[in-house]
Structures are given as structure tokens and as C-alpha cells.
Ligand binder design. Structure first.
Ligand SMILES: Nc1ncnc2c1ncn2[C@@H]1O[C@H](COP(=O)(O)OP(=O)(O)OP(=O)(O)O)[C@@H](O)[C@H]1O
Length: 328
């Protein structure tokens, strides 16, 4: 996304949505810029879907405001909001052909028939599903159905597209393809997207910015590189990617496996250990070193791991790292 286009499309201010049992989200503040993909990332129950539903109008908020293009949408029902939502299950109407599924929303908007046909044609091209107009949803694979569900939402030309774990029902390989395709479509159309997932790899792959959530609160909002390289809290450090934690006095040193060096022999003042496992994983080697009670994981380029064997006495050195207070 170019920085020139940094105008706020969606703004959430001091928003609360609390369920009767006290669960929910409180004091949520978030700006989403035009043409940006922002991902809500966090474990089950942290409040991602709650926020997405308040944007889409499927849940009423208790406090604060939500605006799109500077207009409050908080009191509007879902169908009056300039948003479209895609769910985990594809939600296509089984008794309608793909064409009818896609045309439905456009007909409601009284778009002329030939214009509907033209838009559907172009959209099917975009989601790489040309020629499937006459098929029915049950004649398509899961990935194909989800492409149609995304196409149907995009045809409504929403200001903000809301995606709730849209790929989680698909197998790993199709998921990866769908991520790439979504990113391509998003940048071609320049559409603003709020995406929800509990999969950190998916969040890293598709987002301009990630909101890392924990128990109804934002722990960090930043680009994938920022949250990976400079996690704001220990929680973020452990949730995103692999991380070693080494206790030292009142501090905890967090260091990525790729930033740990293994050197032969023990030293007087360093961190000494014994090689526990060596796993060759393609172009890199995953080496676990037992250092006292702690196992330190190291990723080493294969070319640099010539003679590393289980049982070797070694010491480790930390490169780039982040330090947190111990009791955080
Ligand atoms: N209708 C409801 N009534 C009461 N509590 C609810 C309701 N919906 C969600 N919650 C609670 O609110 C919290 C946030 O739920 P939410 O569905 O937003 O989490 P999530 O991060 O999207 O989780 P998941 O990944 O499992 O969908 C959870 O503790 C959940 O149990």
C-alpha cells in the first residue's frame, strides 16, 4: 500500500461490546487506512469475531463509535452499511446457480441486467473461475466456493470487506493459494479489508498491519515486520513465530532461533549446553541445545552446520534480541 493513500477509511473509537456474562471487548481504538489489509490475530475467544461483527452491524455496540469515510455507521443495520462480510462457511445459496448467487445482491440494487452480466463476467475472471455460471455450489470444491463467496461480496463494491477466518475450512495447500489470490485481488481493486484469523502465519502473509489480541485487548498493532522484530510484549513475542526465552536475573531475553549461534566447546561466562536434537529441514537445520533447564532452539543454514551432532558440548551466543521484565 502506498503511503500517499493514507486516508482513514474505517475508524473505531473507544468502542465497548460486552456480553451479558461480562465477556467481550472494551475500549477498542483502531484506524484502518484506505486500501489496507488489517488482520485481527489472536487465540480463540480473544474477541476478534466480536469486533468484526460490530463493524458489519451484526452486533450493537455498548459505547464508542464506528465510522466509515467519517460517517458513523454504528446505528445502521447490516444491509445499510457499506460493508460486506465473508464467513468461514461459504454461505452460498445451494438452490441457486453460481450466476444467481452472484446476481442476487445486484438485482436488489436494481442494476440493469446487462450490467449485472458484465460485472459477473469480469469478477469470475478476477477470481479465476470463468465459465462456472451454470454450476451449483455443491458442484464446486471448498476453495472454489469460497472464491465465489468472496466474488459475491466484492460485487457489492463495499467500502470495507470483512473476512472472518475465510480459509480455515480449506486444506493447507489451497489455503496458501487463496492467500496469494486474495492479496492479488485486494491490491488490484485497492479495497480495504479487515481480516480475522488465529493463524499467525496467515496474518504475516497477507497483512499490511496486524492487531495482536489477547483477552479482549490489543497487545500490539504493527506491520508484520514490526510485530516479528520488535514484539511489544512477551505475549506477542511468544504468539508470533518461534521464540526462545532465556531467564537472566530480573529479565527475560527473547531471541529468535535464527538469531542464535552455536559454537563448539564450553566457555567460562557464556551459556553452555549439550546438543539434544539435530533435524535437517531442507535448507536449514533445527538444532535444540539443552542449557540447564532450558532448551534453546537454533535455526542454522545447512552450510554452516557441518559437524553438529547430538551430544556435542557447545555454547550459544544470542544475536538480535528483545528484553522483557521477568514478571510481565
Ligand atoms: N453471544 C455471546 N454471548 C456471550 N459471550 C459471548 C458471545 N459471543 C462471544 N462471547 C464471548 O466473548 C469472547 C470473545 O468471543 P469472540 O467470538 O469474539 O472470540 P474470537 O477471538 O473470535 O474467537 P474464535 O477464534 O473462537 O472465533 C469469548 O470469551 C466468548 O466466549
Amino acid at each position: 500500500m502506498s503511503t500517499a493513500a493514507k486516508e482513514i477509511k474505517l475508524q473505531i473509537t473507544q468502542m465497548d461490546k460486552v456480553y451479558d456474562n461480562g465477556d467481550g471487548v472494551r475500549n477498542i481504538n483502531l484506524d484502518v487506512y484506505n486500501g489496507e489489509i488489517v488482520t485481527m490475530l489472536g487465540p480463540s475467544g480473544c474477541g476478534k469475531t466480536t469486533i468484526l461483527r460490530t463493524i458489519g452491524g451484526f452486533l450493537n455496540i455498548d459505547a464508542g463509535d464506528i465510522t466509515i469515510n467519517n460517517q458513523s455507521i454504528a446505528q445502521l443495520p447490516p444491509e445499510k452499511r457499506p460493508t460486506a462480510m465473508v464467513f468461514q462457511s461459504y454461505n452460498l445459496w445451494p438452490h441457486m446457480s453460481i450466476y444467481e448467487n452472484l446476481a442476487f445482491g445486484l438485482k436488489l440494487r436494481k442494476i440493469p441486467k446487462d450490467e449485472i452480466a458484465r460485472r459477473i463476467d469480469a469478477m469470475l475472471e478476477m477470481v479465476r473461475m470463468p465459465g462456472c455460471e451454470k454450476k451449483y455450489p455443491n458442484q464446486l470444491s471448498g476453495g472454489q466456493q469460497q472464491r465465489i463467496a468472496i466474488a459475491r461480496s466484492l460485487l457489492l463494491q463495499p467500502e470495507v470487506l470483512l473476512l472472518d477466518e475465510p480459509f480455515s475450512a480449506l486444506d493447507a495447500k489451497i489455503r496458501m493459494q487463496m492467500r496469494e489470490e486474495l492479496k492479488k485481488i485486494q491490491s488490484e481493486l485497492g479495497i480495504t479489508v479487515v481480516f480475522v484469523t488465529h493463524d499467525q502465519e496467515e496474518a504475516m502473509a497477507i497483512s499490511h498491519r496486524i492487531v495482536v489480541m489477547n483477552k479482549g485487548k490489543f497487545e500490539q498493532v504493527g506491520s508484520p515486520t514490526e510485530v516479528y522484530d520488535n514484539p511489544a510484549t512477551k505475549y506477542v513475542a511468544s504468539f508470533i513465530g518461534e521464540m526462545n526465552f532465556w531467564n537472566q536475573g530480573n529479565e527475560v531475553i527473547a531471541v529468535r532461533p535464527e538469531d542464535v549461534k552455536i559454537l563448539p566447546g564450553h566457555t567460562d561466562n557464556g551459556i553452555n549446553g549439550t546438543v539434544r536434537t539435530v533435524m535437517i529441514l531442507g535448507h536449514y537445520v533445527d538444532v535444540n541445545v539443552q542449557c540447564g533447564e532450558t532448551v534453546i532452539k537454533c535455526f542454522i543454514p545447512r552450510t554452516e552446520c557441518g559437524s553438529c551432532d547430538v551430544g556435542d558440548q557447545v555454547h550459544v551466543e544470542f544475536g538480535r534480541n528483545v528484553v522483557f521484565p521477568k514478571d510481565e
